[in-house]
Design a protein around this ligand. Structure first.
Ligand SMILES: [Zn+2]
Length: 446
Protein backbone atom coordinates (compact mmCIF):
# COMPACT_ATOMS: atom_id res chain seq x y z
CA UNK A 1 0.00 0.00 0.00
CA UNK A 2 1.57 3.30 -1.09
CA UNK A 3 0.64 6.97 -0.94
CA UNK A 4 2.39 10.32 -0.62
CA UNK A 5 3.81 12.00 2.49
CA UNK A 6 0.87 14.43 2.81
CA UNK A 7 -2.21 13.86 4.98
CA UNK A 8 -0.47 10.79 6.35
CA UNK A 9 -2.64 10.62 9.50
CA UNK A 10 -5.91 10.76 7.56
CA UNK A 11 -4.87 8.34 4.83
CA UNK A 12 -3.21 5.93 7.25
CA UNK A 13 -6.41 5.94 9.30
CA UNK A 14 -8.58 5.08 6.29
CA UNK A 15 -6.36 2.20 5.17
CA UNK A 16 -6.12 0.85 8.70
CA UNK A 17 -9.91 0.81 8.89
CA UNK A 18 -10.40 -0.55 5.35
CA UNK A 19 -7.69 -3.20 5.19
CA UNK A 20 -7.33 -3.87 8.92
CA UNK A 21 -10.62 -3.42 10.75
CA UNK A 22 -13.04 -4.25 7.94
CA UNK A 23 -11.15 -6.79 5.82
CA UNK A 24 -8.67 -8.14 8.38
CA UNK A 25 -5.77 -8.35 5.88
CA UNK A 26 -2.02 -8.19 6.43
CA UNK A 27 -0.56 -5.12 4.75
CA UNK A 28 2.39 -2.74 4.85
CA UNK A 29 2.03 1.00 4.27
CA UNK A 30 4.81 2.80 2.39
CA UNK A 31 5.03 6.56 2.25
CA UNK A 32 6.30 7.75 -1.12
CA UNK A 33 6.86 11.52 -1.39
CA UNK A 34 5.39 12.94 -4.57
CA UNK A 35 3.15 9.92 -5.28
CA UNK A 36 -0.21 10.66 -6.89
CA UNK A 37 -3.21 8.63 -5.82
CA UNK A 38 -3.15 5.31 -4.00
CA UNK A 39 -1.65 1.99 -5.01
CA UNK A 40 -2.31 -1.39 -3.44
CA UNK A 41 0.25 -3.83 -4.80
CA UNK A 42 -0.30 -7.54 -4.24
CA UNK A 43 2.49 -10.12 -3.76
CA UNK A 44 1.79 -11.32 -7.32
CA UNK A 45 2.75 -7.87 -8.63
CA UNK A 46 -0.74 -6.88 -9.74
CA UNK A 47 -1.95 -3.47 -8.60
CA UNK A 48 -5.11 -1.64 -7.69
CA UNK A 49 -4.78 2.07 -8.41
CA UNK A 50 -7.27 4.39 -6.73
CA UNK A 51 -7.80 7.97 -7.65
CA UNK A 52 -7.10 10.79 -5.19
CA UNK A 53 -9.67 13.49 -5.92
CA UNK A 54 -9.53 15.17 -2.51
CA UNK A 55 -6.40 15.34 -0.37
CA UNK A 56 -4.07 15.78 -3.36
CA UNK A 57 -5.45 19.23 -4.09
CA UNK A 58 -5.45 20.56 -0.51
CA UNK A 59 -2.76 22.13 1.68
CA UNK A 60 -1.62 19.62 4.31
CA UNK A 61 -3.63 20.92 7.29
CA UNK A 62 -7.18 20.96 8.61
CA UNK A 63 -7.99 23.15 5.59
CA UNK A 64 -10.60 20.65 4.47
CA UNK A 65 -12.85 21.75 7.35
CA UNK A 66 -14.68 24.19 5.13
CA UNK A 67 -17.91 23.97 3.20
CA UNK A 68 -16.08 24.38 -0.10
CA UNK A 69 -14.47 20.94 0.50
CA UNK A 70 -17.85 19.19 0.72
CA UNK A 71 -18.74 16.88 -2.14
CA UNK A 72 -20.24 18.87 -4.99
CA UNK A 73 -23.50 16.99 -5.11
CA UNK A 74 -24.10 13.28 -4.91
CA UNK A 75 -23.84 11.33 -8.14
CA UNK A 76 -25.60 7.99 -8.46
CA UNK A 77 -23.71 5.86 -10.96
CA UNK A 78 -25.39 2.81 -12.46
CA UNK A 79 -23.49 -0.49 -12.72
CA UNK A 80 -20.16 0.60 -11.26
CA UNK A 81 -17.90 -2.42 -11.88
CA UNK A 82 -17.19 -4.47 -8.72
CA UNK A 83 -19.74 -2.51 -6.61
CA UNK A 84 -22.26 -4.70 -4.76
CA UNK A 85 -25.42 -2.76 -5.63
CA UNK A 86 -27.09 -1.90 -8.94
CA UNK A 87 -25.89 1.68 -8.53
CA UNK A 88 -23.16 3.37 -6.50
CA UNK A 89 -23.05 6.65 -4.58
CA UNK A 90 -20.10 8.72 -5.82
CA UNK A 91 -19.04 11.67 -3.66
CA UNK A 92 -15.42 12.19 -4.74
CA UNK A 93 -13.82 11.24 -8.05
CA UNK A 94 -15.41 9.57 -11.07
CA UNK A 95 -17.60 6.52 -11.27
CA UNK A 96 -15.55 4.07 -13.28
CA UNK A 97 -13.21 1.11 -12.80
CA UNK A 98 -11.13 -0.03 -15.77
CA UNK A 99 -8.55 -2.74 -16.36
CA UNK A 100 -5.21 -1.73 -17.86
CA UNK A 101 -2.90 -4.66 -18.44
CA UNK A 102 -2.81 -6.69 -15.23
CA UNK A 103 -3.94 -3.74 -13.09
CA UNK A 104 -7.22 -2.14 -12.12
CA UNK A 105 -7.79 1.62 -12.02
CA UNK A 106 -10.61 2.87 -9.81
CA UNK A 107 -11.83 6.41 -10.55
CA UNK A 108 -13.85 6.76 -7.37
CA UNK A 109 -11.90 8.29 -4.48
CA UNK A 110 -12.82 5.60 -1.97
CA UNK A 111 -10.34 6.99 0.60
CA UNK A 112 -11.98 10.43 0.67
CA UNK A 113 -15.43 8.83 0.76
CA UNK A 114 -14.61 6.66 3.75
CA UNK A 115 -12.90 9.53 5.54
CA UNK A 116 -15.89 11.77 4.93
CA UNK A 117 -18.40 9.28 6.31
CA UNK A 118 -16.36 7.87 9.23
CA UNK A 119 -14.55 11.05 10.32
CA UNK A 120 -17.85 12.99 10.21
CA UNK A 121 -15.98 16.18 9.31
CA UNK A 122 -19.04 17.81 7.74
CA UNK A 123 -20.28 18.13 11.34
CA UNK A 124 -17.14 20.03 12.36
CA UNK A 125 -17.41 22.87 9.85
CA UNK A 126 -17.62 26.42 11.28
CA UNK A 127 -21.07 27.62 12.45
CA UNK A 128 -22.90 24.32 12.13
CA UNK A 129 -26.70 24.48 11.99
CA UNK A 130 -27.72 22.82 15.28
CA UNK A 131 -31.15 21.91 16.63
CA UNK A 132 -32.69 23.09 19.92
CA UNK A 133 -30.63 20.49 21.82
CA UNK A 134 -27.35 21.58 20.25
CA UNK A 135 -27.26 18.57 17.95
CA UNK A 136 -26.23 18.30 14.35
CA UNK A 137 -29.34 17.25 12.43
CA UNK A 138 -29.56 14.29 10.09
CA UNK A 139 -31.48 16.59 7.77
CA UNK A 140 -28.35 18.80 7.45
CA UNK A 141 -26.14 15.96 6.25
CA UNK A 142 -24.85 15.26 2.75
CA UNK A 143 -26.23 11.72 3.07
CA UNK A 144 -29.74 13.00 3.74
CA UNK A 145 -29.57 15.57 0.93
CA UNK A 146 -28.28 12.89 -1.42
CA UNK A 147 -30.96 10.41 -0.28
CA UNK A 148 -28.44 7.70 0.71
CA UNK A 149 -28.65 7.79 4.51
CA UNK A 150 -30.31 4.36 4.41
CA UNK A 151 -27.32 2.88 2.58
CA UNK A 152 -24.14 1.69 4.36
CA UNK A 153 -21.92 3.21 1.68
CA UNK A 154 -18.72 2.53 3.64
CA UNK A 155 -19.55 -1.17 3.55
CA UNK A 156 -20.54 -0.95 -0.11
CA UNK A 157 -17.06 0.37 -0.93
CA UNK A 158 -15.35 -2.15 1.33
CA UNK A 159 -17.11 -4.89 -0.67
CA UNK A 160 -16.11 -3.19 -3.94
CA UNK A 161 -12.43 -3.08 -2.86
CA UNK A 162 -12.59 -6.70 -1.81
CA UNK A 163 -14.06 -7.69 -5.20
CA UNK A 164 -11.29 -5.76 -6.97
CA UNK A 165 -8.60 -7.43 -4.85
CA UNK A 166 -10.17 -10.83 -5.53
CA UNK A 167 -10.16 -10.03 -9.27
CA UNK A 168 -6.44 -9.30 -8.94
CA UNK A 169 -6.10 -12.74 -7.30
CA UNK A 170 -5.47 -11.65 -3.74
CA UNK A 171 -4.84 -14.93 -1.87
CA UNK A 172 -5.41 -13.71 1.69
CA UNK A 173 -8.65 -14.71 3.38
CA UNK A 174 -10.75 -11.82 4.62
CA UNK A 175 -12.11 -11.49 8.13
CA UNK A 176 -15.34 -13.33 8.76
CA UNK A 177 -18.36 -11.13 9.24
CA UNK A 178 -21.86 -11.71 10.54
CA UNK A 179 -25.11 -9.96 11.22
CA UNK A 180 -26.11 -9.37 14.79
CA UNK A 181 -28.80 -7.34 16.43
CA UNK A 182 -27.40 -5.01 19.13
CA UNK A 183 -30.27 -4.03 21.45
CA UNK A 184 -29.47 -1.00 23.61
CA UNK A 185 -31.59 0.71 26.24
CA UNK A 186 -30.92 4.13 27.73
CA UNK A 187 -32.36 4.34 31.23
CA UNK A 188 -33.89 7.82 31.27
CA UNK A 189 -36.81 7.02 33.56
CA UNK A 190 -37.04 3.99 35.76
CA UNK A 191 -40.26 4.70 37.64
CA UNK A 192 -43.21 6.54 36.11
CA UNK A 193 -45.00 9.46 37.60
CA UNK A 194 -48.61 8.35 38.17
CA UNK A 195 -49.90 11.87 37.79
CA UNK A 196 -48.22 12.24 34.41
CA UNK A 197 -49.49 8.89 33.15
CA UNK A 198 -53.06 9.73 34.18
CA UNK A 199 -52.87 13.22 32.78
CA UNK A 200 -51.50 11.94 29.48
CA UNK A 201 -54.25 9.31 29.28
CA UNK A 202 -56.98 11.83 30.01
CA UNK A 203 -55.67 13.98 27.20
CA UNK A 204 -55.11 11.22 24.66
CA UNK A 205 -57.53 8.39 25.46
CA UNK A 206 -60.22 8.07 22.83
CA UNK A 207 -62.42 5.73 24.82
CA UNK A 208 -63.52 4.95 28.34
CA UNK A 209 -61.76 1.61 28.00
CA UNK A 210 -58.43 3.27 27.18
CA UNK A 211 -58.90 5.62 30.12
CA UNK A 212 -59.58 2.69 32.43
CA UNK A 213 -56.49 0.93 31.16
CA UNK A 214 -54.41 4.06 31.83
CA UNK A 215 -55.83 4.36 35.31
CA UNK A 216 -54.98 0.72 36.00
CA UNK A 217 -51.36 1.28 34.92
CA UNK A 218 -51.07 4.48 36.91
CA UNK A 219 -52.51 3.02 40.09
CA UNK A 220 -51.00 -0.44 39.97
CA UNK A 221 -48.07 -1.30 42.18
CA UNK A 222 -46.08 -2.75 39.28
CA UNK A 223 -44.30 -0.28 37.01
CA UNK A 224 -44.98 -0.37 33.25
CA UNK A 225 -41.40 0.86 32.83
CA UNK A 226 -40.01 -2.21 34.59
CA UNK A 227 -39.54 -4.07 31.31
CA UNK A 228 -35.99 -5.18 32.11
CA UNK A 229 -36.58 -8.92 32.37
CA UNK A 230 -38.65 -8.95 29.21
CA UNK A 231 -35.96 -6.99 27.32
CA UNK A 232 -33.24 -9.35 28.53
CA UNK A 233 -35.36 -12.43 27.71
CA UNK A 234 -35.80 -11.24 24.13
CA UNK A 235 -32.10 -10.48 23.70
CA UNK A 236 -31.21 -13.91 25.04
CA UNK A 237 -33.73 -15.50 22.67
CA UNK A 238 -31.49 -14.51 19.75
CA UNK A 239 -28.22 -15.13 21.61
CA UNK A 240 -27.21 -11.53 22.32
CA UNK A 241 -26.99 -9.33 25.39
CA UNK A 242 -28.78 -6.09 26.11
CA UNK A 243 -26.82 -2.93 26.83
CA UNK A 244 -28.35 -0.73 29.52
CA UNK A 245 -26.96 2.81 29.80
CA UNK A 246 -27.29 4.45 33.20
CA UNK A 247 -27.41 8.15 34.11
CA UNK A 248 -24.99 9.12 36.86
CA UNK A 249 -26.21 12.65 37.57
CA UNK A 250 -26.67 15.86 35.63
CA UNK A 251 -27.36 19.50 36.29
CA UNK A 252 -30.02 20.50 33.78
CA UNK A 253 -33.24 21.12 35.76
CA UNK A 254 -35.35 20.31 32.74
CA UNK A 255 -33.53 17.34 31.20
CA UNK A 256 -31.50 15.69 33.97
CA UNK A 257 -32.70 16.35 37.46
CA UNK A 258 -35.19 14.21 39.31
CA UNK A 259 -35.00 11.22 36.98
CA UNK A 260 -33.60 8.76 39.53
CA UNK A 261 -30.92 8.47 42.17
CA UNK A 262 -28.22 5.81 42.13
CA UNK A 263 -28.75 5.28 45.86
CA UNK A 264 -32.45 4.44 45.37
CA UNK A 265 -33.06 0.84 46.45
CA UNK A 266 -35.21 0.19 43.36
CA UNK A 267 -32.46 1.43 41.03
CA UNK A 268 -29.86 -0.63 42.86
CA UNK A 269 -32.00 -3.75 42.59
CA UNK A 270 -32.49 -3.31 38.84
CA UNK A 271 -28.80 -2.70 38.17
CA UNK A 272 -27.83 -5.70 40.29
CA UNK A 273 -30.31 -7.83 38.39
CA UNK A 274 -28.93 -6.70 35.01
CA UNK A 275 -25.41 -7.58 36.14
CA UNK A 276 -26.54 -10.91 37.64
CA UNK A 277 -28.03 -11.87 34.31
CA UNK A 278 -24.71 -10.96 32.60
CA UNK A 279 -26.13 -8.19 30.46
CA UNK A 280 -24.08 -5.03 30.02
CA UNK A 281 -24.12 -1.84 32.02
CA UNK A 282 -23.12 1.29 30.10
CA UNK A 283 -22.69 4.97 30.77
CA UNK A 284 -25.39 7.49 29.83
CA UNK A 285 -23.78 10.91 30.37
CA UNK A 286 -26.37 13.56 31.17
CA UNK A 287 -27.68 16.43 29.07
CA UNK A 288 -25.09 18.65 30.76
CA UNK A 289 -22.08 16.50 29.96
CA UNK A 290 -21.51 16.18 26.22
CA UNK A 291 -18.99 19.05 26.06
CA UNK A 292 -18.02 19.08 29.72
CA UNK A 293 -15.24 16.62 30.63
CA UNK A 294 -15.38 17.40 34.38
CA UNK A 295 -19.13 16.78 34.56
CA UNK A 296 -18.77 13.68 32.39
CA UNK A 297 -16.04 12.27 34.65
CA UNK A 298 -17.95 12.93 37.86
CA UNK A 299 -21.06 11.13 36.60
CA UNK A 300 -18.99 8.20 35.47
CA UNK A 301 -17.25 8.00 38.85
CA UNK A 302 -20.62 8.12 40.61
CA UNK A 303 -21.86 5.03 38.76
CA UNK A 304 -18.59 3.14 39.11
CA UNK A 305 -18.48 3.85 42.86
CA UNK A 306 -22.15 3.00 43.40
CA UNK A 307 -21.95 -0.41 41.74
CA UNK A 308 -18.27 -1.36 41.91
CA UNK A 309 -18.04 -1.60 38.11
CA UNK A 310 -15.72 -0.21 35.44
CA UNK A 311 -17.64 1.42 32.62
CA UNK A 312 -16.18 1.07 29.14
CA UNK A 313 -18.99 2.05 26.79
CA UNK A 314 -22.24 3.96 26.52
CA UNK A 315 -24.17 6.73 24.85
CA UNK A 316 -25.04 10.37 25.53
CA UNK A 317 -28.46 11.36 26.82
CA UNK A 318 -30.55 13.03 24.07
CA UNK A 319 -27.90 11.83 21.60
CA UNK A 320 -26.05 15.05 22.39
CA UNK A 321 -22.78 14.75 20.56
CA UNK A 322 -20.33 17.02 18.76
CA UNK A 323 -17.56 16.02 16.37
CA UNK A 324 -14.81 15.65 17.34
CA UNK A 325 -15.01 16.97 20.93
CA UNK A 326 -17.31 14.30 22.35
CA UNK A 327 -15.28 11.47 20.84
CA UNK A 328 -12.09 13.08 22.18
CA UNK A 329 -13.57 13.28 25.68
CA UNK A 330 -14.44 9.56 25.66
CA UNK A 331 -11.02 8.71 24.25
CA UNK A 332 -9.14 10.76 26.84
CA UNK A 333 -11.31 9.19 29.53
CA UNK A 334 -10.04 5.78 28.43
CA UNK A 335 -13.43 4.50 27.30
CA UNK A 336 -13.56 1.76 24.66
CA UNK A 337 -16.79 2.42 22.75
CA UNK A 338 -19.23 5.27 22.23
CA UNK A 339 -22.59 4.52 20.66
CA UNK A 340 -24.10 8.00 20.27
CA UNK A 341 -23.54 8.53 16.54
CA UNK A 342 -27.05 8.15 15.22
CA UNK A 343 -29.43 10.96 14.36
CA UNK A 344 -32.43 11.88 16.49
CA UNK A 345 -34.47 13.31 13.61
CA UNK A 346 -34.03 10.49 11.09
CA UNK A 347 -32.88 6.87 11.21
CA UNK A 348 -29.98 5.65 9.08
CA UNK A 349 -26.23 5.22 8.73
CA UNK A 350 -24.82 8.51 10.04
CA UNK A 351 -21.30 7.09 9.65
CA UNK A 352 -22.01 5.11 6.48
CA UNK A 353 -21.85 1.82 8.37
CA UNK A 354 -23.37 -0.23 11.19
CA UNK A 355 -19.96 -1.70 12.04
CA UNK A 356 -17.84 -0.88 15.05
CA UNK A 357 -14.97 1.31 13.82
CA UNK A 358 -12.09 3.39 15.27
CA UNK A 359 -12.73 7.14 15.49
CA UNK A 360 -10.63 10.07 14.25
CA UNK A 361 -10.17 13.55 15.69
CA UNK A 362 -10.43 15.87 12.68
CA UNK A 363 -9.16 18.94 14.53
CA UNK A 364 -6.06 17.38 16.06
CA UNK A 365 -5.67 15.16 13.00
CA UNK A 366 -5.09 11.89 14.75
CA UNK A 367 -6.71 8.49 15.05
CA UNK A 368 -8.25 7.77 18.45
CA UNK A 369 -8.32 4.50 20.34
CA UNK A 370 -12.03 5.01 20.99
CA UNK A 371 -14.33 3.03 18.76
CA UNK A 372 -17.81 4.01 17.61
CA UNK A 373 -20.70 1.56 17.47
CA UNK A 374 -23.06 3.71 15.42
CA UNK A 375 -26.68 3.86 16.46
CA UNK A 376 -28.88 3.21 13.42
CA UNK A 377 -32.44 3.32 14.73
CA UNK A 378 -34.00 4.85 17.84
CA UNK A 379 -37.68 4.23 18.58
CA UNK A 380 -38.15 7.93 19.46
CA UNK A 381 -37.06 8.89 15.94
CA UNK A 382 -39.70 6.69 14.36
CA UNK A 383 -42.53 7.58 16.75
CA UNK A 384 -41.68 11.21 17.54
CA UNK A 385 -39.95 12.74 14.53
CA UNK A 386 -41.34 10.51 11.79
CA UNK A 387 -44.78 10.04 13.41
CA UNK A 388 -44.87 6.37 12.47
CA UNK A 389 -47.15 3.81 14.13
CA UNK A 390 -45.74 0.71 15.80
CA UNK A 391 -46.48 -1.28 12.63
CA UNK A 392 -44.90 1.34 10.38
CA UNK A 393 -41.82 1.43 12.60
CA UNK A 394 -41.55 -2.33 12.59
CA UNK A 395 -41.49 -2.21 8.80
CA UNK A 396 -38.61 0.32 8.85
CA UNK A 397 -36.62 -1.87 11.22
CA UNK A 398 -37.33 -4.90 9.03
CA UNK A 399 -35.72 -3.16 6.04
CA UNK A 400 -32.62 -2.29 8.09
CA UNK A 401 -32.35 -5.87 9.35
CA UNK A 402 -32.28 -6.99 5.71
CA UNK A 403 -29.53 -4.49 4.84
CA UNK A 404 -27.47 -5.45 7.91
CA UNK A 405 -27.90 -9.15 7.14
CA UNK A 406 -26.85 -8.59 3.52
CA UNK A 407 -23.64 -6.82 4.61
CA UNK A 408 -23.19 -9.21 7.55
CA UNK A 409 -22.85 -6.37 10.03
CA UNK A 410 -24.28 -5.42 13.42
CA UNK A 411 -27.44 -3.36 13.66
CA UNK A 412 -27.59 -1.18 16.77
CA UNK A 413 -31.06 -0.19 17.89
CA UNK A 414 -32.22 1.90 20.85
CA UNK A 415 -35.47 1.16 22.65
CA UNK A 416 -35.94 2.80 26.05
CA UNK A 417 -37.31 0.66 28.87
CA UNK A 418 -40.24 3.09 29.23
CA UNK A 419 -41.46 2.83 25.63
CA UNK A 420 -43.75 -0.13 26.02
CA UNK A 421 -46.78 0.89 28.06
CA UNK A 422 -49.91 0.46 26.00
CA UNK A 423 -51.22 3.94 26.83
CA UNK A 424 -48.47 5.98 25.29
CA UNK A 425 -46.96 3.31 23.05
CA UNK A 426 -49.82 1.21 21.67
CA UNK A 427 -48.58 -1.82 19.73
CA UNK A 428 -44.89 -1.28 20.47
CA UNK A 429 -44.48 -4.36 22.62
CA UNK A 430 -45.62 -6.51 19.73
CA UNK A 431 -43.47 -4.56 17.26
CA UNK A 432 -40.36 -5.01 19.41
CA UNK A 433 -41.03 -8.71 19.77
CA UNK A 434 -41.38 -9.01 16.00
CA UNK A 435 -37.94 -7.42 15.50
CA UNK A 436 -36.44 -10.38 17.33
CA UNK A 437 -38.43 -12.88 15.26
CA UNK A 438 -37.14 -11.16 12.11
CA UNK A 439 -33.55 -11.21 13.41
CA UNK A 440 -33.80 -14.86 14.22
CA UNK A 441 -34.99 -15.41 10.66
CA UNK A 442 -31.76 -14.04 9.17
CA UNK A 443 -29.57 -15.94 11.66
CA UNK A 444 -27.17 -14.44 14.18
CA UNK A 445 -25.02 -14.98 17.23
CA UNK A 446 -23.35 -12.57 19.64
ZN1 LIG B 1 -31.38 9.41 27.59
Amino acid sequence: MRFSDRFVAERHYVFDVLLGDFLGLDYVIQIEPGARGYVIELPNGRRLWMRDAFFGDLPDSTAYLTSSSLPRGTRIVARLPFAPEADAVVLFGEGDVVQEGADLHCGVDIVATMFFMLGRWEEALPDPPLDEHGRWRGASSVAFAGAFLHRPIVNEYVEAVWSMLAHLECRQPRRERRFSLVPTHDLDIIYPSRIRTLGHAAFRARSARAMMQAARIALSTGSPFDTFDWLMDLSESVGVRSRFNLLGGGTSPRYDEGRYRLADARVRAIVRHILDRHHLLGFHPSYSAHLNPAQWASERRAIEAAFGVTLSEGRHHYLRFRVPETWRMWDEGGMAVDSTAGYADVEGFRCGTGDLFPTFDVRRRRALRLKERPLVIMEGTLAGYRKLSARGSQEVVRRYIEVAARYRMPLTILFHNNSFDEVRWPGWRQAYQTIFDLSQGVGQRD
